[in-house]
Design a protein around this ligand. Structure first.
Ligand SMILES: O=c1ccn([C@@H]2O[C@H](COP(=O)(O)O)[C@@H](O)[C@H]2O)c(=O)[nH]1
Length: 270
């Protein structure tokens, strides 16, 4: 998917919501557990109920890898279901990969070619030659961790090297990478006070913003400095939406939570 297609979808739906599909079998309604693939059935119901309210889905691969080969099959069925029924929706494999060049190429093939995701999250720690293999894929997006939503972000990401914070080095240096137009960045909603500085370095890049909802981040605070000319934000909420109810009405309740965020977004965009 091109960035322009993503922007068009945002403008049409008046939404820049990304729903995180982080399926934990201990948290889904128990009646689904009797089905052959409870993870897929849960995702399918959530997708059917929310696709008109969001522009992206973000399965975190950890929640699938934890269930071994069956989990990976559920992930594959989920992405195929989205791509077949809602091809306009932007898909993110939250896998946080990155390795030496030839290995990164294999990660990129796994998520972009085999699973056909539009994007994958990548850790910047191993540097240019670990990130550029992902950027080589046309109309695919590499979402680099810049300033994460967790407290551990302060261990390294805000520490100064040559008088500049590490996350700023990540943003600035990555702009010099080949095919850097395919870059997006992860910035946590819990770090709203950093958005002004971040936009000085990447004024137009798309930012994937997790941390709204369960982690306490706030949509209004992020939008104050986070919005760019082309909107440039994908606000993710996972637990806050998909676990709104553990009963038969789980998908309906998830849609209500998604609608609350989408309505706030519509107001912000108007
Ligand atoms: O900085 C980061 C990077 C990734 N995540 C992931 O996003 C979702 C957030 O889930 P919630 O349930 O809405 O808290 C989850 O998959 C994280 O691994 C993040 O939270 N922060």
């Amino acid at each position: 998917m091109t960035t322009q297609q993503l922007v068009s979808q945002i403008n049409q739906k008046k939404s820049f919501l990304c729903i995180g599909l982080d399926v934990d079998l201990d948290k889904i309604p128990t009646h689904l557990l009797a089905l052959e693939d409870p993870i897929f059935e849960f995702n399918k119901a959530i997708i059917d109920a929310t696709h008109h309210l969001c522009v992206a889905y973000k399965p975190n691969t950890a929640f699938y890898e934890a269930y071994g080969i069956k989990g990976w099959q559920s992930l594959e069925k989920t992405i195929q279901y989205i791509n077949k029924n809602h091809p306009e929706i932007f898909t993110i494999a939250d896998a946080k990969r990155g390795d030496i060049g030839n290995t990164s190429t294999m990660y990129a093939k796994a998520f972009f070619n085999d699973l056909a995701f539009d994007s994958v999250t990548v850790a910047p720690y191993m540097g240019k030659d670990s990130v550029e293999p992902f950027l080589a894929f046309k109309d695919k997006h590499t979402i680099l961790l810049a300033l994460t939503s967790n407290n551990g972000a302060f261990d390294y990401q805000t520490k100064k090297i040559d008088e500049k914070e590490l996350y700023k080095h990540v943003l600035e240096t990555s702009k010099t990478y080949k095919n850097s137009e395919n870059l997006m960045y992860v910035v946590g909603a819990t770090k709203a006070e950093y958005f002004k500085e971040i936009r000085k370095i990447v004024p137009n890049a798309f930012l994937l913003v997790p941390g709204v909802g369960a982690q306490g981040g706030n949509l209004q605070d992020v939008c104050k400095y986070g919005l760019s000319e082309n909107i440039g934000l994908l606000i993710n909420s996972s637990r806050g939406i998909i676990y709104a109810s553990k009963e038969h009405d789980f998908a309906e309740k998830a849609a209500e939570k998604a609608k609350e965020l989408q309505s706030e977004m519509e107001l912000i965009l108007s």
